[in-house]
Design a protein around this ligand. Structure first.
Ligand SMILES: Nc1ncnc2c1ncn2[C@@H]1O[C@H](COP(=O)(O)OP(=O)(O)O)[C@@H](O)[C@H]1O
Ligand SMILES: [Mg+2]
Length: 274
């Protein structure tokens, strides 16, 4: 059974059919990439899967639940984490707190508030600081350290710095770290290497490869095809809101419809084409 299954997804903006009837399923442990030229509908599809937008038609199932129309926080609580094409770190929060945002999504979902009593109970807990909270905070500090260490020495020395002070590439890394703190069952990455130079891209490829090796289920939007070819179990190519090819990476790259879609925009190669 699929971990995520979207059927007949449609989303239009005025006359623009951003996603025009897409079926996508991803199995537990799978690494699926979505490629396609700019404007193909990739990010819109992500938004529809993560609850940041609602499909005009179609349904989304995740982890055995029908989640169509659910709020993003609720879907995140079920274990779907994502990053954003243009990055969304909280600039005034420290790197540590940005990462903890992901962990708090998870903890809140695991510990639903008692109606009425919830806010008061939380306040009392914060004031008296019982041993269980101290233990939880220590566990979270370990967790942040472990996740930051996945990025070599990029984030660990900067945990107490405000996110706005980081380089662009480091802010992209923080976003992924935050997504990992959710302990996601499914990780959605929207162009994680956008704006990165060649060596930063190679470093990110290694990190994402490491996540795959750890058993993460990953849905990746990426236009650097060498990265896609190296990591993907399966590739979906989109154009004009539709899937134009789907299958093993090499077969999709060689598909005439895919080549034509790219040639309409720019040449197909290892560099940025989408
Ligand atoms: N919020 C929106 N309002 C209007 N048009 C949108 C909106 N989001 C996306 N679009 C349009 O939908 C199409 C697909 O966009 P997008 O999903 O961002 O493509 P991709 O991520 O593949 O580059 C584009 O034509 C884009 O301009
Ligand atoms: Mg996009």
């Amino acid at each position: 059974m699929s971990l995520l299954e979207a059927k007949g997804i449609v989303r239009s903006f005025g006359g623009v059919h951003a996603v025009a009837g897409v079926d996508v399923a991803i199995a537990q442990g799978e690494f699926l990439s979505i490629i396609g030229p700019n404007g193909a509908g990739k990010t819109t599809l992500f938004n529809l899967l993560s609850g940041h937008d609602v499909p005009d038609r179609g349904s989304v199932r995740f982890a055995g639940r029908e989640i169509t129309g659910w709020a993003p926080e609720r879907i995140a609580g079920l274990g779907l984490a994502r990053t954003y094409q243009h990055g969304r770190v909280l600039g005034n929060l420290s790197v540590r707190d940005n990462i903890l945002v992901g962990a708090h999504h998870r903890l809140r979902a695991a510990r639903p508030r008692l109606p009425g009593l919830g806010a008061l109970a939380e306040l009392v807990t914060a004031l008296i600081h019982p041993p269980s909270v101290v233990r939880e905070e220590a566990a979270l500090a370990d967790e942040v350290a472990r996740i930051a260490a996945l990025f070599g020495d990029r984030l660990t020395p900067r945990l107490e710095q405000p996110a706005y002070s980081l380089s662009y590439a480091n802010r992209r890394r923080v976003e992924i770290a935050r997504a990992l703190a959710l302990h996601p069952r499914l990780l959605l990455l929207d162009e994680p290497t956008a704006g990165m130079n060649e060596s930063e891209t190679a470093e990110m490829t290694t990190i994402i490869g490491g996540l795959k090796a750890e058993g993460h289920t990953i849905l990746l939007i990426e236009h650097k095809l060498d990265l896609v070819m190296r990591l993907s179990d399966r590739v979906i190519a989109m154009d004009d809101g539709q899937i134009i090819a789907e299958g093993p990476p090499e077969a999709v790259r060689a598909n005439p419809a895919v080549i034509e879609a790219y040639l309409g925009h720019r040449e197909l190669g290892g560099e940025a084409v989408a």
